[in-house]
Structures are given as structure tokens and as C-alpha cells.
Write a protein that binds this ligand. Structure first.
Ligand code: EPU
Length: 302
């Protein structure tokens, strides 16, 4: 979608918003899949409510994109514009054991920055690609660590109230790849509380997790991490592997030959290829195990 409304185009610079007209979302996602639309880069959180009000008043549909590492986006010209938050600098502020971190900050860099200040606990998350905002929304987890355990406050833009709000205590809950945030809540900033630990110990933990990840995941291929959630008590990767589906392809989309729950863009895959692969693998797992796999990746195909 291209913004044509003169009112909106004129207001964007007043709101400190940069417009990338007709940007390719394939360039902004780890799967390298996605069509084109206007991307609006928003520098100041306090401007989000006014920007959303403006877009709504002009009937312009919009979606917020984080790091683009856990999303599968439709092909072609998209019927909505994309809003992306840009981190203010510094985007990580540490006070004692509290860490204020901006939603657009990189998750891995947050783990290492905190480690250098002798704050640990998040070692398992080191190789999870993406932004803090995406990690909060999905309760990102790996190697026994989930980010939710450390979250104390989150500033969100609430579509329901049209305002920025701070959530804390019982307003926040985190489960496996699931959180209490409303579907339209946009993460802006969070306060984490991390346990004090010597840098060397944290670094040793980081190295172990990096090794495990390198040994089992296709880190140098274009993917969105695991495509399906693990069913309760089971492993989607093991089930798909057990059906001999590593290397199975639909168009340019392929089940990784390293980890069967990673679907990779092997050769100019389209969203349609990837959706075809997801549907086929799900059907085969259903037929073999009677188990309905649910996507872990977020679909922006409608
Ligand atoms: N397995 C196979 N074949 C495969 C893949 C896995 O047999 O192709 C077996 C493994 O040998 C192991 C079991 O399945 O016995 C589980 O595999 P793994 O340890 O790789 O963990 P996972 O459950 O597949 C989860 C998360 C990952 C996270 C890892 C490490 C989900 C859906 N996935 O994977 O997160 O990195 O644990 O903690 O919960 C993601 O969310 O995108 C993601 C990659």
C-alpha cells in the first residue's frame, strides 16, 4: 500500500516518522519472504498514539513489525502499511539489577550488554534472533530460559485505549510461547530484573548455549526459527524428522536438513511455497500421530 493522503504525508515529518515508500518486507525479515508496502519508521514512542489515530482517521490499515525474525508475510503488494520502532540511543539502561530496554533493541546484544555488567540469567536466549519487543510478545525461550521470568514492567501502546500504558505485576503473565498481552498491544519498553553473576560464569554459559545451537540448528540459512510450537510433552522437530521429511520441499521452501522444525527459504521461496510446506507437513504429522501442530511463526497472510 502506498500512502497517498496529503494530510498523512504532511503530518509524518511533524511526528518524526521516516517513510520508506514501497519497501520490500523480504529485506526486513529473516525468512527473506514478504511483499511490498510503505514502511514508517517511528523514532519517539510518545508519537505512536497520534500516528495510529492519524492512520485510522484516514482509513489506512497498519501493522507493527519488530525484528522480523518470527513472521511469515504474504507476497505482492500488501494492503497495510508497516510501522517499525527505531531505538533511541542508548537503548539499554542499567540501574543496579534493573535493566530498562527498548522494544527495538536486539535481544542478543541485550544479553551480552547485561553480562558485561555482571547481570546474568538470560544466557539461554543468546542465539535467539530478534528484538526485545518480539521476545516479550512471544515469551521467547531456549535452553530452559524464558524471557518472561525476568520481566517486571512493560510499557505498551494499547490499541484498545489508544494510549501508552505501563503494565506490571498481575497485569503480566508468561507461558510457553504465550503471554497476557492483548493481540493489539505494541511493546515499547520493558524493565527486566536480572540476577547478579560474575561475567566469566555468564560467558561460559553463553558459550555452551552457542555450541548447542550451532550443533542442532541451521544458523546460516534463512528461517524464522521453529515453524511449529511443540505439542504438550512432545517435539515437533522429532516427529517431522521421524517421518523422513528433512529436505522435503515445496517450491523454494524446504524442511531444514539440520533441524526438522526449521523451514528454510532455500531458493527464492514465496509465502505461498512456505504455506504449502506448512500445510503438507501438518497433514502428514496429523495422519501419522493424530496431532494437530500449531504455528509458532506469526502469519501475516490475510
Ligand atoms: N530432534 C530430532 N530431529 C530434529 C530436531 C530435533 O530428532 O530434526 C529431537 C532432538 O534430538 C531432541 C528433541 O527433538 O531430542 C528436541 O529438539 P531440540 O533440543 O532441538 O529442541 P526443540 O524442542 O526442537 C526448542 C525450541 C527452540 C529452542 C530449542 C532449544 C520450540 C518450538 N522450539 O526446540 O526455539 O531454540 O528448544 O532450547 O519450542 C523457536 O522458538 O523458534 C526455537 C527455535
Amino acid at each position: 500500500m502506498r500512502i497517498e493522503s496529503p494530510l498523512v504525508l504532511a503530518a509524518l515529518s511533524d511526528l518524526g516518522v521516516e517513510r520508506l515508500p514501497g519497501a520490500s518486507l523480504a529485506d526486513l525479515t529473516s525468512l527473506a519472504i514478504g511483499g511490498t508496502t510503505d514502511v514508517l519508521r517511528v523514532r519517539a514512542h510518545r508519537r505512536v498514539p497520534a500516528l495510529v489515530r492519524l492512520l485510522r482517521s484516514e482509513g489506512i490499515e497498519h501493522r507493527f513489525l519488530g525484528g522480523g525474525t518470527n513472521v511469515l508475510i504474504a507476497d505482492g503488494e500488501l494492503p497495510w502499511v508497516v510501522l517499525q520502532l527505531v531505538s533511541p540511543q542508548p537503548d539499554i539502561c542499567i540501574e543496579g539489577d534493573s535493566v530498562w530496554v527498548d522494544a527495538a533493541a536486539d535481544l542478543g546484544r541485550t544479553v551480552t550488554t547485561c553480562a558485561k555488567q555482571n547481570l546474568g540469567g538470560m544466557e539461554g536466549l543468546i542465539g535467539v534472533p530478534g528484538s526485545i519487543g518480539g521476545a516479550l510478545r512471544m515469551n521467547a525461550g531456549a535452553y530452559g530460559t524464558e524471557i518472561g521470568k525476568f520481566v517486571r514492567e512493560v510499557e505498551v501502546y494499547r490499541t484498545t485505549s489508544g494510549e501508552n500504558e505501563t503494565l506490571r505485576g498481575s497485569q503480566l503473565s508468561f507461558d510457553y510461547r504465550h503471554t497476557s498481552f492483548g493481540p493489539d498491544d505494541i511493546m515499547l519498553r520493558a524493565r527486566l530484573e536480572l540476577p547478579a553473576r560474575p561475567y566469566d560464569e555468564i560467558l561460559a554459559g553463553i558459550r555452551v548455549c552457542n555450541e548447542k545451537r550451532r550443533a542442532s540448528q541451521p544458523l546460516n540459512q534463512k528461517s524464522a526459527g521453529c515453524i511449529f510450537k511443540n505439542p504438550p510433552g512432545g517435539s515437533a522437530g522429532r516427529m517431522i524428522d521421524g517421518l523422513g521429511l528433512k529436505g522435503f520441499r515445496v517450491g523454494g521452501a524446504m524442511v531444514s536438513d539440520r533441524h526438522a522444525n526449521f523451514f528454510v527459504n532455500a531458493d527464492r521461496a514465496t509465502c505461498a511455497d512456505m504455506l504449502g510446506l506448512i500445510a503438507e507437513v501438518r497433514a502428514r504429522v496429523r495422519a501419522a500421530h493424530g496431532c494437530e501442530l500449531e504455528e509458532e511463526v506469526i502469519l501475516w497472510n490475510a
